[in-house]
Design a protein around this ligand. Structure first.
Ligand code: GDP
Ligand code: ZN
Length: 461
């Protein structure tokens, strides 16, 4: 396929030390050559692939020097897009980078649409759709584990599994064809139905396994929304501060949102926590008191995890019990704080109220017990210490929707087979499942969907 040459800034905008303007397309090298001057008069077009060149960018009309640069030259097809790619490394800073980009655009490149580099990689057959989406997740990945998931998906783990499932379905369909074409050799139903049930059940189970990991996938990508609750003065702010201090805050504010809820991201042993409504907790001390039990339950319901703080130095109060009541049925961890002070709290009573929930003790003042708390948080969501590298996570909403759909069509097929529906009817459901799974890796996607997907990508990727 042949496309025009596109260009974009491929590093985050802002005050980075260096920035990269990337070009891709048949004219990439000649456009760069037009504006590049090396100290010894190198012609970029004559340089070998995958080399780096020092020099200056000049405006060919005025011969004014625009910027001092390093240019990486990469000839297709051994590039991300499979086209000729030029990366211009220049000094960071909005003004400089924009000047470089402008110069490139004036000299023949077109500004890339969001995600267009990745789209080309897809259209040129370099990556499949789920890999393309993984690139998008990678851009957004907030923690190491989320990064591993995206990377795993990019090198095709999900694609390989989906291909295996489709292969199994295809074999089933082929078998059915054979039996329908040569009915005289066998009783078609006797041959095919048990096999359909067996293969279909296997496919269904594999899909279910993938779906189980999907909620973790969502958490990995978006952060586990976490609310800290408790009576005034028990140590909520202290807990919040210690979580933020101990763990590198990843994002402090979501740019461009006008919501009044402040979200703070921290990374607790690879589990990204999105501490929600912390401003509210900080200001009014008690979210349950402030907005009433019903409303606060509504707010808390949206949390994936609740950290309930109690005071070791006081008896369990009615208010504590009310909070227990409020968060019943949700995922929570009880934190008994202020263990440095003389004990008054009845632990047995707490354990009874907490049931099977974890209870940890801390002295936030003396910085004790924080390790145990972090351990409980991470083990709660990686039960049995699942190693991310061992498992294929599904972290993409579109994949999850398609997997659910595939699960329901294959379930229909299995049920029909049990009910001895004619095989050519069952075939329709199996074919549909095969198609739906294909959509995950982009084998049966329509053009409009592709456009939609790539439009979501960050510019320059
Ligand atoms: P909040 O009202 O629940 O947010 O509680 P704060 O975090 O503001 O803490 C209330 C008071 O308890 C502050 O004076 C803290 O320094 C103190 N505090 C917090 N954690 C501990 C602890 O583990 N031991 C002791 N002795 N005091 C603590
Ligand atoms: Zn406070």
């Amino acid at each position: 396929m042949e496309f025009d040459t596109i260009a974009a800034i491929s590093t985050p905008l802002g005050e980075g030390a260096i920035a990269i303007v990337r070009l891709s397309g048949t004219e990439a090298i000649s456009i760069a050559n037009k504006v590049f001057r090396s100290p010894n008069g190198k012609n970029l077009a004559e340089q070998p692939s995958h080399t780096i060149h020092y020099g200056h960018l000049v405006d060919p009309k005025t011969n004014d020097v625009v910027e001092e640069v390093m240019i990486s030259l990469m000839k297709g097809p051994k590039t991300f897009t499979r086209e000729d790619v030029v990366e211009i490394n220049c000094h960071g800073g909005l003004v400089t980078v924009n000047r470089v980009l402008q110069l490139i655009l004036i000299n023949g490149a077109r500004l890339a649409e969001p995600g267009e580099f990745t789209k080309r990689a897809f259209l040129n057959g370099r990556i499949d759709l789920s890999q393309a989406e993984a690139v998008m997740d990678l851009i957004r990945a907030k923690t190491d584990k989320a990064m591993n998931v995206a990377l795993g998906q990019m090198d095709g783990r999900l694609s390989r599994l989906i291909k295996t499932l489709r292969q199994a379905l295809l074999e089933t369909l082929a078998q059915v064809e054979v039996n329908i074409d040569y009915p005289e050799y066998d009783d078609v139903e006797e041959m095919t139905l048990p096999m359909m049930i067996e293969k279909g059940t296997w496919v269904k189970e594999e899909i279910e396994k993938l779906l189980i990991t999907s909620s973790q996938g969502k958490i990995l990508r978006e952060g586990l929304s976490t609310a800290i609750v408790g009576r005034p003065n028990v140590g909520k702010s202290s807990l919040l501060n210690s979580l933020i201090q101990e763990n590198k805050a990843i994002v402090t504010e979501i740019a461009g949102t006008t919501r009044d809820i402040i979200e703070e991201y921290v990374n607790v042993r690879g589990v990204p926590l999105k501490l929600v409504d912390t401003a509210g907790i900080r200001e009014t001390e008690d979210i349950v008191e402030r907005i009433g039990v019903e409303k606060s339950r509504q707010v808390l319901k949206e949390a994936d995890l609740i950290l309930l703080v109690l005071n070791n130095a006081e008896h369990l109060s009615d208010e504590d019990k009310r909070i227990f009541e409020t968060i019943k049925g949700m995922d929570y961890i009880v934190i008994i704080n202020k263990t440095d002070l003389p004990n008054k709290l009845n632990y047995d009573e707490v354990k009874q109220l907490a049931g099977d929930k974890r209870v940890v003790t801390t002295s936030l003042l003396k910085e004790e017990g924080i390790d145990e708390l972090e351990e409980s948080i991470s083990s709660l969501f990686f039960e049995g210490n699942i190693e991310v590298s061992d498992i294929t996570y599904v972290s993409n909403a579109r994949h999850i929707a398609l997997l659910n759909l595939a699960k329901s069509t294959i379930t229909d097929a299995i049920e029909a087979a049990h009910n001895h529906v004619p095989v050519d009817m069952i075939q329709i459901d199996v074919t549909r499942t095969w198609e739906i799974l294909g959509e995950i890796i982009g084998d049966t996607v329509e053009e409009s969907l592709i456009d939609q997907l790539f439009a979501q990508f960050c510019l320059g990727k």
